[in-house]
Design a binder for this molecule. Structure first.
Ligand code: DAH
Length: 335
């Protein structure tokens, strides 16, 4: 009887020696451990044995069964692990890109604007977002009665301290600390008491420009704005200046670029005018020079404003300013 058991055992271990895959293992399982396999059918032969040998043989067969099952299961487990490893090491799979942060579209546009002006010889200046009435209004020749000072527009902290409503106060700070020639831009955040909608936000971003020297004219202003428009939106962009009013410039103008969406043909975005309003500009008012300690008899200068959010909206064809501040990764990931 032991011979039968030994024979099955050695045949089984011989068979599994050459097994290379789980598929190869299956016929061996069927042959030895299947319902009609060698082990099961050997149990049927217990009846042929003399009574006293039956329990011993049964026990030995049970042990054999357990031994073969263990060996089979171990081997099968190895194959499973191997298979899993092979899947993990599939070199044909495309790589997983690490999640990388990136610049906010407004920062990208601000960088681009800065780069253009730096290449034209401008310096980059900075000023505080929490300003005094003097820098934000008084020194810019904005009288107490000016509507911009209204509680509706300005976020006041105290009667005299406020969140700057534009980047123009940086003009005053720079003229106070630096003698002409001055050729600077000041990008930064500004605040207004506005109810948010597609084109309004209680904070947004501007770039202020100021050039002061002997003999600066409106033609210099036009040249710089034109150069900026070409670099930012391409050589076909035209610039137009319309007479306007700002307390801190005289004469004052608003300037427009040809609509980038219809190349000036007229479309929904430009309300069929062919032009996109950009911002204001003009020659620095003598009162502003005086407030900042610059001699208006000696020097002339021009100043201009520009909205970063507005330029970004034009550049990326975005029709709602609020999307810049929602920080939705699905939006931010596109830049
Ligand atoms: N500060 C103005 C605004 O916020 C923009 C502006 C207009 C700036 C004319 C200027 C300028 O420097 O000359 O609307």
């Amino acid at each position: 009887m032991n011979e039968i058991i030994e024979k099955i055992r050695s045949e089984f271990f011989e068979a599994i020696k050459n097994v290379k895959s789980a598929a190869d293992l299956e016929p061996i399982r069927i042959k030895f451990l299947g319902r009609k396999g060698l082990v099961s059918t050997s149990f049927d032969r217990i009846a042929e044995l003399p009574k006293e040998q039956r329990p011993l043989f049964g026990k030995a067969l049970n042990e054999l069964k357990r031994e073969l099952e263990n060996a089979y299961q171990n081997l099968q487990g190895d194959f499973k692990k191997q298979q899993a490893k092979q899947v993990q090491l599939d070199l044909t799979l495309p790589g997983r890109k690490p999640f990388a942060g990136r610049k906010h579209p407004l920062l990208k546009v601000a960088d681009e604007i800065k780069q253009i002006f730096v290449s034209l010889g401008f310096t980059i200046e900075d000023g505080p977002e929490v300003e005094t009435d003097f820098y934000n209004f008084e020194a810019l020749n904005i009288p107490k009665t000016h509507p911009a000072r209204d509680m509706q527009d300005t976020l006041y902290i105290t009667e005299d301290i406020l969140l700057r409503t534009h980047t123009s106060p940086v003009q005053i700070r720079v003229m106070q600390r630096q003698k002409p020639p001055i050729q600077m831009i000041a990008p930064g955040r500004v605040y207004r008491r506005d109810t948010p909608d597609a084109s309004h936000s209680p904070f947004f971003h501007q770039v202020e420009g100021l050039v002061v020297d002997k003999g600066i004219t409106f033609a210099d202003l036009k040249g710089v704005i034109q150069a900026f428009a070409h670099r930012m939106f391409g050589p076909d962009i035209k610039v137009r200046f319309r007479p306007s009013f700002f307390p801190f410039t005289e004469p004052s103008a608003e300037y427009d670029f040809t609509c980038v969406f219809c190349q000036g043909q007229g479309c929904r975005v430009c309300k069929n005018t062919g032009w996109m309003e950009i911002s204001g500009a003009g020659m620095v008012h003598p009162n502003v020079f005086k407030a900042a300690g610059v001699d208006p008899e000696k020097y002339t200068g021009y100043a201009f404003g520009m909205g970063i959010d507005r330029i970004a909206m034009i550049k990326y064809a975005i029709d709602d300013i609020r999307i810049f501040f929602e920080n939705d990764v699905r939006f931010l990931n596109q830049f």
